[in-house]
Design a protein around this ligand. Structure first.
Ligand code: ZN
Length: 497
């Protein structure tokens, strides 16, 4: 195979994979935003499954390896984009091929069966229903660690799938610091913190909908190249650079949930929209890691839009929709959107306590993959860790160990990316402040200097660089959790103590 033939072959495959992926995204969008006739669900599910399977079959095929090996052998002649494409496709191919096909098939079947069992077990609050599934899932994942290989800790092999380069060594350092600094801070806040005025009552949904275009526009998400749908569980989906869609949810009694979920998804969408257009054909218009994607959503959601300055912009907008806020001031609103309170449920957690929820899962997953604990020990260990880290003990498994769907799907190593991503955001903020006056940008209601910095340093590169190289280029150093710990400590000490 010549260089030109190898490149053509990969470009052709990428073209197919992108088209199939676009169709699959539309299936999801249609099903979640408009609802579909229940009687069509079986056929739709099969069609969506075929689309993703077909994309996979086209990419993970023997001629892909031949093309990758041809291009690897002439590495020096490749452009930066070509070399990154070969690196990424080669990595994906070899990871997948490391697992014996019959084991992989058996695992896919197991994961498909276990999710409905998890749903039933959670609603019946019955961990034992789920136990045999967890046993088999964790067994498979331990074998997967061996197939992938690792240097220091088996869990490293799984972490690397979501956050390339993340290891137990790095994460232990991060999470141990969080334990040391944030657990006592939360304890102090719970004991003697000045509690904020809370927002209560019903806020009509038409007012919430009316706020959405202002929020998306503020963040810089371009609705002429996207749209907003309404769903139960918000997400962002990218059909191509010029069609990046977000979803949000509205509940009368949860005004801030709608506002901050719209901002969060807009942060994801901004990242997708700002990747260089030409990266698409190289299969590089993708974030290098899950954590980096999350760094963007959480940066805008928390660091920008839960700031005192943003509260000053939000308040008049809220007053336009709701008389309720006529006697509120900026400071009260700032405090109300920064409630810090221990809770049981991760997805409802506030900015301060969120990371502690992740530590519980990280420590359990690490011990499971090392074979130090068994699935049967999870309910007790889970509750103990909640008590130790958050000072609350779940009353049942639905608000405890069975609250997340991830393990039933075999997603182990996924949770830490949420916390690591948030910490990347703080590292970006620290670097950005050297050249950008972030406060003034927010105050002037013109985030363009902030967005431009992110576009230039993060967004436009897609997956050309791996995460750590991108961090070094953007901030001058590898991952450094210090900025996040400092940010949380300063913000919440100032707010509460
Ligand atoms: Zn997100």
């Amino acid at each position: 195979m010549t260089k030109a033939q190898a490149l053509d072959l990969l470009f052709g495959k990428i073209n197919d994979v992108l088209a199939l992926g676009m169709a699959e995204s539309l299936f999801l969008w249609d099903a979640t935003t408009s609802g579909v006739p229940a009687k069509s669900l079986g056929v739709r599910g099969a069609a969506a499954g075929w689309l993703s399977g077909e994309a996979f079959r086209r990419l993970i095929a023997p001629d892909t390896l031949e093309a990758v090996e041809t291009l690897e052998s002439i590495g020096g002649e490749l452009s930066v984009y070509e070399a990154a494409m070969v690196r990424e496709i080669g990595r994906k191919y070899r990871k997948f091929k490391a697992i014996p096909p019959d084991e992989f098939q058996a695992f896919m079947a197991l994961a498909a069966q276990s999710e409905p069992v998890w749903e039933a077990a959670r609603s019946k609050r019955d961990f034992d229903m789920m136990l045999p599934y967890y046993d088999k899932i964790f067994d498979f994942l331990r074998r997967k660690c061996d197939c992938f290989g690792f240097d220091a800790h088996p869990y490293d092999a799984l972490l690397d799938e979501y956050e390339m380069g993340a290891t137990v060594e790095i994460l232990d350092g991060f999470f141990n610091t969080m334990r040391e600094k944030i657990v006592p801070l939360l304890g102090e806040i719970t004991k003697r913190g000045k509690q904020p005025r809370t927002v209560t009552g019903a806020f009509d949904i038409s007012g919430q909908r009316a706020l959405a275009p202002w929020l998306t526009g503020f963040v810089g998400y371009d609705l002429s190249r996207g749209k907003i749908g309404e769903v139960q569980h918000p997400y962002c989906t990218s059909l191509c650079r010029n069609d990046v869609r977000i979803t949000t949810k509205y509940h009368e009694n949860q005004l801030f949930s709608a506002i901050y979920s719209t901002i969060h998804e807009s942060g994801h969408a901004l990242y997708e929209q700002n990747m260089d257009l030409e990266l698409e054909r190289y299969y590089l218009a993708i974030a290098p890691s899950m954590g980096l994607h999350e760094s963007q959503s959480r940066f805008f959601e928390n660091m920008i839009c839960r700031s005192r300055t943003f509260a000053g912009l939000l308040l008049p907008k809220l007053r336009e929709q709701y008389d309720y806020f006529s006697d509120w001031d900026e400071e009260a609103l700032f405090r109300a959107v920064n409630i810090a309170r221990p809770s049981f449920i991760r997805i409802e957690a506030d900015e301060l306590t969120y990371c502690l929820h992740i530590i519980v899962r990280y420590e359990l997953e690490k011990a499971l993959m090392a074979g130090e604990i068994k699935a049967s020990m999870l309910p007790q260990l889970w509750d103990d860790k909640y008590e130790e880290l958050l000072g609350v003990r779940p009353g049942n498994v639905a608000e405890g160990v069975l609250q997340d769907v991830h393990w039933s799907r075999g997603y182990i190593g996924y949770f830490p990316s949420y916390a690591v991503g948030t910490a990347y955001g703080a590292q970006f903020m620290h670097a950005m402040r050297k050249t950008v006056d972030v406060e003034s940008a927010v105050k002037n209601s013109d985030l363009s200097p902030v967005v431009e910095w992110m576009k230039e340093n993060v967004h436009r590169h897609g997956r050309v660089m791996i995460t750590d190289d991108l961090l070094v280029q953007a901030t001058g150093e590898s991952f450094n959790h210090k900025y996040y710990v400092d940010y949380l400590t300063e913000k919440f000490t100032g707010l509460y103590l």
